[in-house]
Design a protein around this ligand. Sequence first.
Ligand code: ADP
Ligand code: GLC
Length: 482
Amino acid sequence: MRKILFASSEVHPLVKTGGLADVSASLPLALHEQGQDVRIVMPAYRACLGALEGAVEVASIKLDGFLLPVTILESRLPNSDVVLWLVNSPYHFDRDGGPYSQPEGGDWPDNAARFALFSRAIAALAMDEAGLQWQPDILHCNDWQTGLAPALIADKPDRPATLFTIHNLAYQGVYSRDEFDALDLDESYWAIEGLEFYSQLSFIKGGLVFADKITTVSPSYAQEICTAEYGAGLEGLLSYRSEQGRLSGILNGIDHDEWNPKQDRYIAQPYSAKTIDKKSGNKAALQQLFSLPNEPKTLLLGLISRLVSQKGIDLTIAAVRQLLDEGASVQLVCLGSGDAEYERDLQVLRERFPDKVGVTIGYDEALSHQIEAGVDAFVMPSRFEPCGLNQLYSLRYGTLPIVRATGGLADSVEDADGLGGGTGFQFELATAEAMLVALKRADALYQQADLWRKMQVTAMKRDFSWQSSALDYLALYDELMA
Ligand code: ADP
Ligand code: GLC
């Protein structure tokens, strides 16, 4: 049994902005089920305090660079026995709004301090300095919000081995030299081989430079980030660590209980690969929900996403507009929120094609399940995609993904061969034209019901549960401890 401290800034169902939250619940749960002593640490946001009323204060620590001590609250990951520690600093985390952004939009101006405090608390827990009588063998950090922790303990004797997982290299936590000074970090960190990044402070470099090993969430993305196209300025460092054998990719799994069309509490008509005909009940319900004509034989496309450039929302809008202008009979339902420009462009598309396009702007857990169950195909034309979870959910729901061949999308979706083989549709270039070709291929195949059905059944049988990926993490933990 290994003792693992798993640090993340968002954990489903407590606080979520994206796939990191899903992974930060489902991976620890899978490790726990494999008999590991895994504990999660996250900030005590207001939403957590509300949801976890029974949380007990178990420690108080004074952290360098911060005036007031923070307390550690102990609870459990909802619906599980996994220990959850909350870093409680009301001044930093007990506020309305998102984990990173203000209620009215825009990042919190004190994010550097908030996540430096979080990282310092993680480091203290990793060194058993909070008096909890528990020191992990492995500290597993995730994304820039935890990045300083591996740096802070790198030189300490008797420290745990450290692993840093990149979920998205586009978010790096980069701040000014003034912020660096305000955080009371040792001057030695201000170096290229430290936290400095083009005269600024980079949180993510704490993980990339100082962690014993780095992973990212798919094998393809692990290679892509070593190139200038995908490396976001860090490709040199990442290539170096890769050459040292310190960087690898492990594909995310999904929670098979949470995402299971046989027993999904949100959907109109549960179904399985054997009873896939019943999926049409969900399609009818969804068309009704979005006030679209009930057309069982029209290809219904779905989109659930943060509305940001990464996700190629503009490509979807342009390709679908072109397809509908050409008179094709397809429908599209969208759920998302994010950049105002994409929200507006989706609404414009809906106004232009009111009986073809449905749009819900917002965040809606139940609706996301209903879309996965109700649509025929799911669009994900991402410019880059470290892993992507929605294509994995789609496969499980017999909803064929139409994806750009990048990162985890390339690693999880097999391109249709036109004869009933494959589990989805891939295209290479990040252009509306390339996506349009893929949409037309999908629509043509959809007209051949038996071939489509065959692909659906193959997709539903693909296993993306955590079983095998959790074993890959365990093997890596063992290497690190050896
Ligand atoms: P990313 O983390 O880059 O946003 P992923 O595909 O890894 O992309 O994970 C996105 C997660 O967030 C999925 O669980 C998806 O269902 C969920 N999600 C995204 N947008 C919404 C939304 N508007 N409503 C409900 N769930 C959403
Ligand atoms: C990030 C990535 C996404 C990945 C998720 C969980 O948000 O954008 O591709 O699936 O993290 O690892």
